[in-house]
Design a protein around this ligand. Structure first.
Ligand code: NDP
Length: 615
């Protein structure tokens, strides 16, 4: 079926510009969306992108010009080209090569008088050129010229192969001369800069059960929080027991609770905007821009701790948090709904490149749920980053602390029980670590890919503070005594999990921020067509998502102090397994779409997911 009045038709082979760069690859047109005026194209490695018409050039014209131009290239140009170190030096990583292979620059199409057809060397050609670098200069020039010629001839074959450019050797053994390595790293950085896609969007399939799923999640999530809160208040909170009948409506509501939540959020917002702490750069957006984030979360939790201590000293009764848990949860829910409505409304006016790749289905409920705009900001105030890291996360610690006080009061204790101390300290460590390494969240899925809508707003403001505190809440009225050896075993498990979690997250974060970091030079990588590489040794070579493994071990350590009398405090563990398996599958799918065959190669090399030899 032909597409009416569009320049390129489904099935046409054309040259598509790789977003954010001047490199063109052969692509096949899959379709055209009249509303967005974007073509869906598929690259040879299976990567699917949406491109604007100006980013597509006719394939035939492109090839013809390419050939004739290279044949008429002047000796002078040959000389200078062959001497260009970037073109003749063997690289320490083939990342640039992966991007450059079979690619030609836009200048060949745009300049009219002295139209240049620049052929960039693929890895094979670069290696050949590098090997000949040691010969005399004439030979070097001639060889490099031949290499350039050959590069063209091989361009098609290379793009057919277009797979298997892997750098499975240690990167530091790979380059030869130090200067060459430095140069190569500089080039890598340039390519990474280039590779930030400006306008293309990935056509992401719907998540969470699609449109129907979004309706169901909207109903299920708040109901589930209510169920947990009612259930944990039961003397026998067995999941086989029916929850108690719903209390009258006014029991859900307390103005003071709403005021408390609003004050807390405002207080955290104030700490966030203070010009104290580092201004960190986020990952490049599709526009190529990098947003700045005030990463002063550690400062915020410290000031909050002091403020809470002063409040307690002044006689503020934090046990109110335990006695009004339901009302506080309802107030937070209300705020998350209002925030989501605001987020959805403003996303309707956002420019297309500001929208998330998911959450862009055109269905109001799905987009409201999944989040439409990627980085909604009021001036420099980043709403998603703030909600992800501050009120809910620090609020979680505040609630846990209040629950420890409630336990002491209820059981007339001078100090909280061992179980309560473990849960409090473990979770506090998790949050403090997250805030200390706040910059690392900038390379996570939530920040980079997910739009900000109900799912995250509810998750940040209700789910985290009011369900992650369930273990401490459970312990208030269902004490569980622990012997010292058991305490020791649980602490060991927690520390081991924490070590894996922190090391693997930091490794990936450091690599994404600076792939040429000398401290990571021992790691093996697989280049991808996007210009980014994938780690295939170190923590990310043990399993895919080693960070999830550490997280799961920690979740287990949080549940064990509650004992085995009831399933309820294990809810977090069960939920977390489901969450991480779902996130892992979602990420596998997204990475497959982003990285195509390079991702397949990674999966063949690192066979297990999350848990070595199991999943
Ligand atoms: P990750 O931080 O694991 O990010 C996944 C991304 O990492 C991928 O999309 C890809 O992004 C990149 N990546 C994957 N494999 C490789 C590789 N081999 N080499 C280099 N980069 C790779 O995912 P999350 O955002 O889900 O998790 C972040 C942390 O937060 C985890 O520790 C997780 O356990 C924790 N978490 C905790 C939750 C809780 O409720 N307690 C909830 C959710 C997460 P790209 O290539 O585009 O850079």
């Amino acid at each position: 079926m032909r597409m009416p009045s569009v320049k390129y038709q489904r099935g046409d082979k054309v040259m598509g510009r790789w977003p954010g760069s001047s490199l063109y690859y052969e692509v096949k047109v899959q379709g055209f969306d009249i509303t967005s005026q974007l073509y869906t194209v598929i690259y040879k490695d299976g990567t699917e992108l949406e491109l604007k018409e100006p980013d597509i050039k006719s394939f035939s014209g492109f090839q013809t010009r390419s050939r004739s131009r290279s044949r008429s290239r002047s000796p002078g140009r040959r000389r200078s080209r062959s001497r260009s170190p970037g073109r003749t030096t063997r690289r320490s990583s083939s990342r640039t090569a992966a991007v450059a292979a079979a690619a030609v620059t836009e200048s060949s199409l745009s300049s009219n008088k002295d139209t240049k057809m620049e052929v960039r060397l693929g890895p094979l050609q670069q290696t050949m050129a590098a090997e000949n670098n040691s010969n005399n200069k004439h030979e070097e020039n001639d060889m490099a010229n031949k290499v350039n010629e050959k590069a063209e001839a091989e361009m098609e074959a290379e793009s057919e192969r277009n797979q298997g450019r892997y750098n499975l050797r240690r990167r530091k053994d790979d380059g030869g001369a130090k200067a060459a390595a430095v140069l190569a790293e500089q080039q890598e950085k340039e390519v990474i800069k280039e590779a930030a896609p400006p306008v293309a969007t990935l056509a992401t399939p719907l998540d969470f059960g699609g449109k129907i799923g979004a309706y169901l999640w909207l109903l299920f999530l708040p109901s589930w929080v209510l169920f947990l809160v009612f259930q944990v208040n039961l003397e026998d909170p067995s999941l086989l027991n029916f929850p108690p009948p719903l209390p009258p409506l006014e029991a859900f509501w307390d103005v003071k609770a709403l005021g408390f939540v609003i004050l807390w959020i405002l207080f955290q917002a104030l700490l966030y905007v203070l010009p104290i702490g580092k201004l960190s750069e986020g990952m490049p957006l599709r526009s190529g821009e990098r947003l700045k984030y005030r990463t002063n979360g550690f400062f915020a939790i410290m000031v909050s701790a002091v403020a809470v201590a002063v409040a307690v000293h002044q006689g503020v009764d934090l046990i109110y948090i335990h006695s009004h848990f339901l009302q506080l949860a309802v107030a937070s829910f209300l705020i998350s709904v209002l925030l989501s409505v605001y987020l959805y409304a403003r996303s309707r006016y956002a420019a297309p490149e500001q929208l998330a790749q998911g959450g862009n289905s055109g269905n109001v409920v799905y987009d409201f749920f999944k989040g439409h705009e990627l980085n909604p900001r009021i001036k420099d105030f980043d709403l998603k980053f703030f909600c992800e890291m501050r009120p809910g996360l620090i609020g979680w610690c505040l609630i846990n602390f209040a629950l420890a006080l409630a336990e002491m009061k209820l059981h007339h204790l001078d100090a909280p029980s061992y179980s309560m101390i473990l849960v409090n300290v473990f979770q506090l460590l998790y949050v403090v670590d997250g805030l200390w390494n706040e910059e690392a969240i900038l390379t996570t899925m939530d920040l980079m890919h997910d739009g900000f809508g109900f799912m995250l707003a509810f998750g940040d403001l209700v789910w985290v503070p009011f369900t992650y505190t369930l273990q401490a809440y459970y312990l208030v009225s269902h004490p569980n005594s622990l012997s010292l050896p058991v305490v020791g075993a649980i602490v060991t498990l927690k520390l081991l999990g924490f070590y894996i979690f922190r090391k693997s997250n930091s490794e990936k974060n450091a690599f994404r921020r600076d792939p040429s970091d000398p401290q990571l030079s021992h790691l093996k990588t697989i280049p991808t067509a996007t210009g980014k590489s994938l780690l295939v040794s170190g923590w990310w070579g043990v399993v895919r998502h080693p960070n999830y493994l550490g997280d799961l071990m920690m979740a287990l350590a949080w549940s064990l102090p509650c004992g085995f009398s009831h399933l309820l405090p294990w809810y977090y563990m069960i939920y977390f397994i489901i969450l991480l398996v779902h996130r892992d599958s979602r990420d596998m799918r997204d990475c497959r779409r982003k990285y195509g065959s390079a991702w397949d190669e990674y999966c063949r090399t690192v066979r297990y997911r999350i848990i070595p030899r199991v999943y």
